[in-house]
Ligand binder design. Structure first.
Ligand code: ZN
Length: 132
């Protein structure tokens, strides 16, 4: 298993980790399989979406902030309930098929580490599973 370490810079931020994951996949030299990306955090997430036009991730962040405002009648004492809720909505992992030794991402797709309670030191695990 490989690990990507990153330092986020804002409270809420989408960090494109596609190139780091591509490097891991290329290093493994497998033809067919699955690349599983997972974050071991309760206030972060993984998602796949457009990485060509930066306004897309800005719109996603803005809408998530409207759906789950930072201040509401939450009961969680740590004060970061909104970050926990966004983490659950977006999800803690993503799986991308590998074909011909490459991630089968669409032209406009990128893999994002989603920070919801930064800035912090974070990590993501990447496991490559070979198929026959
Ligand atoms: Zn908390």
């Amino acid at each position: 298993m490989d690990k990507i370490q990153l330092k986020t810079r804002s409270k809420t931020e989408f960090v494109d980790i596609t190139s780091e994951i591509n490097q891991i996949v290329q290093k493994r030299v497998i033809k067919e399989g699955i690349c599983h990306v997972y974050v071991p955090h309760t206030t972060a997430a993984i998602t796949i979406n457009e990485n060509a036009d930066p306004s897309v991730k800005k719109d996603i962040v803005n809408e998530l902030n409207k759906i789950v405002p930072w201040n509401d009648s939450y009961t969680h004492g740590e004060g970061n309930a909104a970050a926990h809720i966004k983490s659950t909505i977006v999800g803690s992992s993503a799986s991308i098929p590998i074909s011909d030794g490459k991630l089968t991402l669409g032209t406009w797709q990128g893999i994002y580490f989603c920070e919801f309670d930064g800035p912090r030191h974070r990590e993501a695990f990447v496991q490559i599973i070979k198929s026959e």
